[in-house]
Design a protein around this ligand. Structure first.
Ligand code: DX5
Ligand code: ZN
Length: 215
C-alpha cells in the first residue's frame, strides 16, 4: 500500500488545529513539515515554534523536510520537535555522511533529499546508510507547482540503485503530486507520496488522501 505524507505547507495556518485534526482522522501515514530559510530556497515558511505546536496536536509521525543551508546544525532541535524522519538536502550538506550519522544517533530516521537536477548517482556511497530518499519533483520553495516529468525515470533509476545495493531505503516523491502523477511515480517504484495543494484544495481532503493511498 502506498504511504501518504500530506504537506502542511498548504494547510490553513489560521486554523491549523482543525487541519491537523483532519489529518489525524485521515488515512495519512505521516505529516510532511516543510521548513524553508529564504536562503537555500527563495521562500520562508516556518520554524521550530510552529513545529512544536504541530507536535502537540499531531497523532502521526512527523516527516520533516528541511530546505535550509547546513541542516546538520539543527539535528537536536529537530528531534526535540518530535520529528520521526529528518530529511536533509544533498545540496545543503558539505559532510552528508556525518549529518546522516548524527540524525540516526539522535534516534530519528535519516532521509536524503535530491533537487530535480541532482543525479541519483550522487547517492551511491550513502544509499545503504539512509532510511529514505526524497526525490523532489518540483524545484523546492513553493506548494502548488507542476510536476517535472523526468522524475518518473529518476524514481526507476533510484529503485534500481536500492535493489542492486540491498539498501532498505524507501523512496518518497514531493511536488506536484495528484492521482495521475502519483500513479506514475508509484508504478516507477515510489513508496511514499507527499501531497500539499492536491489534498488541501480538494473539496474532501480525507477522501483525497484515501484515494492516494490506493495508488
Ligand atoms: C515544496 C515542498 C513541498 C510542497 C509540495 O518546496 O517541499 O512539500 O509542499 O506541495 P504540492 O504538493 O502542492 O506540490
Ligand atoms: Zn517537502
Amino acid at each position: 500500500m502506498t504511504l501518504v505524507s500530506p504537506s502542511l505547507l498548504s494547510a490553513d495556518f489560521g486554523a491549523l488545529d482543525r487541519d491537523i485534526d483532519m489529518l489525524n482522522r485521515s488515512e495519512a501515514d505521516m505529516l510532511h513539515i516543510d521548513v524553508m530559510d529564504g536562503v537555500f530556497v527563495p521562500n520562508i515558511s516556518f520554524g521550530f515554534p510552529v513545529m512544536k505546536f504541530i507536535e502537540r496536536s499531531a497523532k502521526k509521525p512527523l516527516d520533516v523536510h528541511l530546505m535550509i543551508v547546513d541542516p546538520g546544525r539543527y539535528v537536536s532541535q529537530v528531534r526535540d520537535c518530535g520529528a520521526a524522519i529528518m530529511n536533509v538536502h544533498y545540496e545543503a550538506c558539505t559532510h552528508l555522511n556525518r549529518v546522516v550519522q548524527q540524525i540516526r544517533q539522535a534516534g530519528m530516521k535519516a532521509a536524503v533529499t535530491l533537487n530535480p537536477a541532482t543525479p541519483v548517482g550522487m547517492l551511491e556511497e550513502i544509499i545503504t546508510d539512509v532510511d529514505m530518499v526524497l526525490l523532489m519533483s518540483v524545484n523546492p520553495g513553493f506548494g502548488g507547482q507542476s510536476f517535472i516529468q523526468s522524475t518518473i525515470a529518476k524514481v526507476a533509476k533510484l529503485r534500481r540503485l536500492i535493489d542492486e545495493t540491498g539498501s532498505k531505503a524507501t523512496i518518497e516523491v514531493d511536488g506536484g503530486i495528484n492521482l495521475q502523477t502519483g500513479a506514475e511515480v508509484v508504478a516507477a517504484g515510489a513508496d511514499v507520496l507527499v501531497a500539499g495543494n492536491f489534498v488541501f484544495s480538494a473539496s474532501d481532503p480525507m477522501a483525497t488522501i484515501a484515494a492516494l493511498k490506493q495508488l
